[in-house]
Design a protein around this ligand. Structure first.
Ligand code: LR7
Ligand code: MN
Length: 579
């Protein structure tokens, strides 16, 4: 029987006869087998083990077995099998004291074995899944800044222990200029036991985006697999990801991200049929596929799920393809927005993003970032998102800015940097439009280009606003007259074609000006149908609150002190869009 080394104990273990995966020790065999099989030969995925000693009944997923493929070193250790660990009452203060080291229960993490077993949460139908033999190899890239020691180790061991050795080219640890001493000499010494682990140290803090790029630059595998540094890969996690990339190199494969509790470190499985989506202003979130979609497509819980966007931290991508896509925008700083950038880029430039339910990885979700931001956190994320919006969203970028980011249009407030390379890249790759993306990838996304449109009816004079020979007037409402049609836009413009309604200087009369997104004086606040149009000078410290008012006697239009009860200050567009 072939033998392989147990990575942790250096002990030799017998490889299961059914397990046709080949490791480096019997490489000779592997080559022979390779010759004898057609390239499309398929092998059965390692099935869900039936000899489980502990089971969990979740209600949703029937009975799930634990990963017993490697008997745990210490079955009685705390947190073993992914179970919740208890804090003794005399240690509660210590838990609190150490919480901020990682913004999770660092005390417990240190008590739990670095190679603990976790429940095998794969859907049962995964045991019927097959993967090709001789899948491409992967470099697993972890970048980290001041990661908790035990958590970082658990992440690395979960990859070493649960990845077929012949598929794991290397593990690259990119240290993004950590300050913690234990992550320096100590880490090198510890990892020197594992020849597959390489450590790269950045000379200054780059942020996770450029740190990942530094890892990718030296990767030798065919596929890049990025992971956060506080994860636990579940049994059989890697093969289904590589299988998808192998099927089509433009597929980008993500595992199901399960939850490692920040409080008790238990491994919690998540609901099936989740996809990654976003809401305005480019906020990532999960959404469950509708019953209809599942029925209509006859979906099994093990079928890949196409995702409009990925969470960001955990995915496999063909290395050559990653570079063909121009990798990440290297102008993105520290944290945030890169998941949107890579997602739009992948879909709009010919690729696909999928969640692969037979691949599961646990992740510690933390309430706060446990590291400092070299610049202000909020400004960093806003700036990254603005770069993404400018390059990828076309006319839909108004929806992004209009949902709380209008201040970013004032470029003297924030410098989003040079975008020439990114815009060139999009042209060179002949990527599709954002409209195409919405129509084809995320059709259930609501993205109206304006907030309201149609006639602008005044409640007091019971007439509609019209543009007559370059000035504003009231007319009898008439839907067929285009001169009465206005938009209320995400920029908060009251707009007809390229002309915007504005106040005449600081006076009370109105004027028309060419629309310009950067000019705050063109903006009007209009919260709902049949409400005021408030002059909105966000650039001023003390905005004067003036409202658009129809003259009761002479049909004039003026700015007046806001009066909530006056019908002459109540305006109604024909149609309002809700997102
Ligand atoms: O400056 C930094 N340098 C780093 O090396 C900042 C962070 N990092 C490392 C960090 O140590 C960690 O390993 O980068 C990794 C990700 O940082 P986290 O864990 O603080 O990020 P997160 O889990 O809060 O956030 C998610 O969104 C990020 C947006 O930039 C990244 O894409 C993360 O990878 C991503 N995490 C996931 O997708 C896991 C599931 C979360 C969800 C939903
Ligand atoms: Mn994370």
């Amino acid at each position: 029987k072939p033998v392989k080394k147990d990575v942790l104990k250096g002990k030799e273990v017998v490889v299961n006869k059914e397990d046709k995966r080949i490791n480096e020790l019997d490489k000779g065999n592997a080559d022979a087998l390779k010759e004898s099989l057609p390239p499309t030969a398929k092998l059965k995925l390692q099935g869900v083990p039936t000899n489980s000693t502990v089971v969990r009944n979740t209600g949703v997923h029937k009975v799930l077995a634990l990963d017993m493929t490697q008997a745990p070193r210490d079955a009685n250790a705390i947190g073993q099998f992914g179970q919740a660990a208890m804090v003794p009452s005399d240690k509660e203060q210590e838990v609190r004291n150490r919480w901020n080291e990682g913004h999770f229960n660092v005390y417990l993490s240190d008590q739990i074995p670095v190679d603990r077993a976790i429940p095998d949460t794969r859907p049962h139908t995964c045991s019927e899944s097959v993967v090709h033999d001789y899948l491409p190899t992967t470099s697993v890239i972890f970048c980290f800044v001041d990661e908790v020691w035990s958590t970082l180790l658990r992440s690395v061991h979960s990859v070493l222990n649960r990845s077929p050795l012949h598929l794991l080219k290397e593990i690259i640890l990119v240290d993004d200029f950590s300050t913690k001493e234990y992550l320096k000499d100590h880490l090198d010494v510890y990892m020197s036991q594992y020849p597959k682990v390489r450590i790269v140290r950045l000379k200054e803090r780059q942020g996770l985006i450029r740190a990942r790029l530094a890892g990718a630059a030296i990767a030798k595998g065919d596929v890049l697999t990025f992971l956060d540094s506080h994860i636990e890969c579940n049994v059989g996690w890697l093969e289904p990801l590589l299988e998808r990339v192998y099927m089509d190199r433009r597929k980008v494969a993500c595992p199901v991200i399960e939850v490692i509790s920040d409080k008790d470190m238990s491994y919690v499985l998540v609901d099936n049929f989740q996809r990654g989506v976003f809401k305005w202003p480019l906020v990532f979130g999960w959404s469950t596929l509708s019953e209809d979609t599942i029925k209509k497509n006859h979906m099994k819980d093990s079928d890949p799920i196409r995702c409009p966007v990925m969470a960001g931290g955990l995915f496999s991508i063909d290395k050559k393809y990653f570079y063909e896509l121009g990798s990440y925008d290297p102008g993105l700083d520290v944290w945030g927005g890169e998941n949107m950038e890579i997602s739009f880029k992948i879909w709009m430039c010919g690729g696909e993003i999928e969640i692969i339910p037979c691949s599961r990885v646990g992740h510690i979700f933390r309430g706060e970032n446990p590291y400092n931001f070299p610049k202000d956190r909020q400004k960093t994320v806003e700036r990254n998102l603005a770069r993404v919006a400018e390059v990828w969203l076309d006319e839909y970028k108004d929806l992004f800015y209009g949902h709380g980011y209008l201040h970013l249009l004032d470029r003297s407030f924030i410098d989003i940097g040079n975008l020439t390379d990114q815009i060139e890249l999009r042209k060179k790759l002949e990527c599709k439009s954002f409209k195409w993306y919405l129509d084809n990838v995320y059709p259930d996304m609501v993205a109206p280009l304006v907030k309201a449109e149609g006639l602008v009816f005044n409640r007091g004079v019971r007439k509609c606003l019209a543009l007559q020979k370059g000035s504003l007037a009231f007319e009898k409402c008439n839907l067929s007259k285009l001169s009465q049609h206005f938009n209320y836009t995400w920029m908060r413009h009251v707009r007809q074609n390229d002309v915007c309604v504005t106040a005449q200087g600081k006076g009370t009369s109105l004027a028309l000006q060419p629309c310009d997104n950067t000019k705050p004086q063109l903006r009007w606040l209009h919260k709902a149908s049949n409400s005021a149009l408030v002059e909105h000078l966000i650039a001023e410290h003390t905005p004067r609150r003036m409202c658009l008012e129809a003259g009761a006697l002479d049909d004039s239009i003026q700015l007046k002190e806001c009066e909530p009860t006056s019908p002459y200050q109540k305006w109604q567009f024909t149609h309002y869009h809700t997102v």
